[in-house]
Design a protein around this ligand. Sequence first.
Ligand SMILES: Nc1ncnc2c1ncn2[C@@H]1O[C@H](COP(=O)(O)OP(=O)(O)OP(=O)(O)O)[C@@H](O)[C@H]1O
Ligand SMILES: [Mg+2]
Length: 291
Amino acid sequence: MKVIVVANNKGGVTKTTLARMLCEWYSRQGETRILCVDMDPQCSLSLRLLNMDFDSTSEHGVLPPLHPDYDPEDPADADWDGRSSIADIFYGEPVVPYPTELEHVDIAPGHGARLNEAEYVTVEESKRRVYNQLRQWFALDDVRNAYDIAVVDTPPKKGPLTIAAIRAATHVIIPTEMEQQSVEGLQRMLLLLKRENFARQDGVEARLAAIVPVKYRNVNLHKDFLSLLRGNPQIGNKIPAHKIPHSIKVAETDVPGAVPPSILDIRGPVGQEAQSICRYITQQVFDDDKT
Ligand SMILES: Nc1ncnc2c1ncn2[C@@H]1O[C@H](COP(=O)(O)OP(=O)(O)OP(=O)(O)O)[C@@H](O)[C@H]1O
Ligand SMILES: [Mg+2]
């Protein structure tokens, strides 16, 4: 199973938008079975793909709805409250992914309060309770055999949840704006990836699949940063020839009932660039098998 993690500790650089775009892309590829995983307590990806519930008594009030397979009358479900989220891996509980409206795509949604709680632990406890959990969950036969690709969205931090995601990754995608602060975020993510790869005991590295230029405008600042990064011998070859343009049409796809609902279907350059980036990422992820 390929595990594609979208990460950047900088906020708002379109991690969730790209994670969703990839799920939509792979959904359209037919045979592939996709699991979308939301590690962000904001639950932005879950909110796009599932009718989440809200707990108004909690500041992190987003939580998964009752699972369609939950039957309160069934004695087998007696110990289950009917909700399941990826946060359950941190509490030793099973995770039951939900179907989504996208064909072939299931989601292990976030749970605002429980994901937040998983990060409120000491460093020592994180190492024991959080860092390795996602990797171990993906290694379970039930999960490994059920899906071909997992797409993981992460919070805008380098905290335990992001580390757990990077530790589980076969491939990492880092979206970045072509602006100073985002590029600083990119540099920090690259260091984190390097450190995590160094610490991997099996010697199999998480591969950097792509650094995706996002919210791109044809202004000197963006052009200059793009050529600077392309000219960098360490990472230049990880930047696709395409970039996601800045467009309000992308933000509109977040609105329930939006037409078109997917960035891939936006007419003109935005949709075309989005599709080209999906092809580039797919090539990066699956060409590894041939080498
Ligand atoms: N190409 C684009 N042009 C304009 N707006 C965009 C584009 N892509 C995403 N957006 C908007 O930018 C905002 C941030 O995007 P998104 O939520 O995907 O970022 P993020 O990195 O996941 O944020 P966070 O760090 O909070 O998790 C959203 O409102 C989204 O609709
Ligand atoms: Mg996000």
